[in-house]
Ligand binder design. Structure first.
Ligand code: THU
Length: 145
C-alpha cells in the first residue's frame, strides 16, 4: 500500500497531550470507556473532543467525530492528523483505535494516504498509521463527483 506519511509538520506530542486533556471531559457513565481526541488542521490549529454518551444510548458520539465536527462547524474542513487516547482506567492502558464510523468521517475531510492517525497510551507510547492503512479501498466524496 502506497503511503505518503509525512510527520515533519505533525506535533505528535502536543496532539497526544491535547487528546489526554480532552479525555478528562469524557461523559461516559454507561461504558466507563473515556476517550479524547485532538485533530490538527492544515493551518496548524488543534480542535479537541471527548466521547459523550446518553441514557438512550444511540445519541452518543465518539471523541474523534466530536473533535472533527467542532472544527467543521467553525468552517474548518482540512485536516492533517488526529491523536486518539482512550481506555477504562485513569491512565489509558490500551490503544483506542477509531471506530469504523469515525474512520469514514475522517475519509470525508482528508486524503486517506496522507492523513495521520496517532493512537496513544501516553506521549511515549503510541502507534502511527495513515487513514489509508486503517480504511483501505474506501468510499468517499470523490466517488460522487
Ligand atoms: N468511542 C470513542 O469515543 N471513539 C472510538 O473510536 C471508539 C469508541 C467511545 C464511544 C463510547 O462512548 C465508548 O467509547 C465505548 O464504546
Amino acid at each position: 500500500m502506497e503511503t505518503k506519511m509525512n510527520l515533519e509538520n505533525i506535533p505528535v506530542q502536543e496532539l497526544i497531550k491535547s487528546a489526554l486533556l480532552a479525555r478528562k471531559k469524557s461523559y461516559s457513565p454507561y461504558s466507563s470507556f473515556q476517550v479524547g481526541a485532538a485533530v490538527l488542521t492544515v493551518d496548524n490549529r488543534i480542535y479537541t473532543g471527548c466521547n459523550i454518551e446518553n441514557a438512550a444510548y444511540s445519541p452518543g458520539i465518539c471523541a474523534e467525530r466530536n473533535a472533527i465536527y467542532k472544527a467543521v462547524s467553525e468552517g474548518v474542513r482540512k485536516f492533517l492528523a488526529i491523536a486518539v487516547v482512550g481506555g477504562a482506567k485513569d491512565e489509558p492502558d490500551t490503544y483506542a483505535f477509531p471506530c469504523g464510523v469515525c474512520r469514514q468521517v475522517m475519509r470525508e475531510f482528508t486524503k486517506p494516504e496522507e492523513f495521520v492517525i496517532i493512537v496513544a497510551k501516553s506521549t511515549e507510547d503510541y502507534r502511527i498509521y495513515t487513514l489509508e492503512e486503517l480504511l483501505p479501498d474506501s468510499f468517499g466524496p470523490d466517488h460522487l463527483a
